[in-house]
Design a protein around this ligand. Structure first.
Ligand SMILES: NC(=O)N[C@@H](CC(=O)O)C(=O)O
Ligand SMILES: [Zn+2]
Ligand SMILES: [Zn+2]
Length: 347
């Protein structure tokens, strides 16, 4: 990586966790997501979810039909349910286009109602995944209503994930969008088969940004923003140079009125400025030299894929984020709407 204060050239980054949605929204989400990103792990929580090889591959076709930039490659993910079979895992793996399967504890997040009700129900499936080398991606929160929402990630790790990781030591596991010091410590102390993605918004914000001085629904996502000591642990992990932590934006668009509502949806839209937002966080931490590993190297290394061979350039040229972006025939409010970001990508 060559670096001057005003200009940084880095290996083309990949996004290891993104929601592109479906239907009319695809033309907008795909355009934003594919501007300079190479590969992207496409989340399968559609309505209905992409639970089998055919539906995942058909979804991939719809993404490609939406006209992404030439360098963009969607990597597909199977949505696990109580009824997923080991045969389906083998079929998905054989397709060559499905690289992972996603564990949504039923009811944990947006469109997770068909998720897994008890991880023991999918043990034969995890066995097959371990055998064929398919990654397990995890939304790591318990759904028990008696557990405080701010503790759900920590409790999931303690009561569910530790057991899975010890029962399937060869299974590669990504704990997605981590939000706590507990998750950082768990991932650090686990084997090299366990890694985590971290979003830009969890690096930039804590729960005060969402709740102090007024309630700001566009900061509401799951797992929910935590206190600033957790944010600090995430910043330390992302900028540590550890290959266990890499970029996954979790860009998750919802129409403006679905967020600004009496019961608003969880999810933050960041695909308009994914690397630019990370650059902001890394610059604040005085760690711009660590951005390339996090954004462009550690993800493909963990997935067992080649790093991208081309580069992009970030330039320190402040710009104002639009107040909204089009989404189908409506709009989405992005993170940092109307605010100034310091970095932009010049492809
Ligand atoms: N992160 C979120 O708050 N929402 C995501 C689902 C998810 O990734 O948990 C969504 O699909 O909207
Ligand atoms: Zn999630
Ligand atoms: Zn997500």
């Amino acid at each position: 990586m060559t670096s001057t204060p005003q200009r940084i050239t880095l290996t083309r980054p990949d996004d290891w966790h993104i929601h592109l949605r479906d239907g009319e929204q695809l033309k907008d989400t795909v355009r934003d997501a594919s501007r300079y990103i190479g590969r992207a792990i496409i989340m399968p929580n559609l309505v209905p979810p992409a639970t089998c090889t055919e539906t995942a591959l058909a979804y991939r076709e719809r993404i490609m039909a939406a006209g992404p930039s030439a360098q963009f490659e969607p990597l597909m993910v199977l949505y696990l349910t109580d009824n997923t079979t080991p045969e389906e895992i083998r079929k998905a793996k054989a397709s060559g286009k499905i690289v992972a399967a996603k564990l949504y504890p039923a009811g944990a997040t947006t469109n997770s109602a068909s998720g897994v009700t008890d991880v023991e129900n999918i043990y034969p499936v995890l066995e097959a995944m371990q055998e064929v080398g398919m990654l397990l991606l995890v939304h790591g929160e318990v759904t028990d209503s008696s557990i405080d929402i701010f503790d759900r990630e920590k409790v999931f790790i303690e009561t569910k994930l530790k057991k899975v990781v010890s029962d399937f030591p060869e299974l590669k596991v990504v704990l997605e969008h981590i939000t706590t010091r507990d998750a950082v410590e768990f991932v650090r102390s686990a084997s090299t088969n366990v890694a985590a993605t971290i979003t830009a918004h969890h690096l930039l914000y804590n729960r005060n940004h969402m709740l102090a001085g007024g309630i700001r629904p566009h900061y509401y996502c799951l797992p929910i923003l935590k206190r600033n000591t957790h944010q600090q642990a995430l910043i330390e992990a992302a900028t540590s140079g550890s290959a266990k932590f890499f970029m996954g934006t979790d860009s998750a668009p919802h129409l403006k009125d679905k967020k600004e509502a009496s019961c608003g949806c969880a999810g933050a839209y960041t695909a308009h400025a994914s690397l630019e937002l990370y650059a902001e966080a890394f610059e604040q931490a005085d760690a711009m030299d660590k951005l390339e590993g996090f954004a462009s190297h550690f993800g493909p290394d963990f997935y067992g894929l080649e790093r991208n061979s081309d580069t992009i350039t970030l330039v320190r040229e402040p710009w104002q984020v639009p107040e909204s972006y089009p989404l189908a025939d409506d709009k989405v409010i992005p993170i940092c709407a109307g605010e100034t970001l310091n970095w932009q990508v010049k492809d």
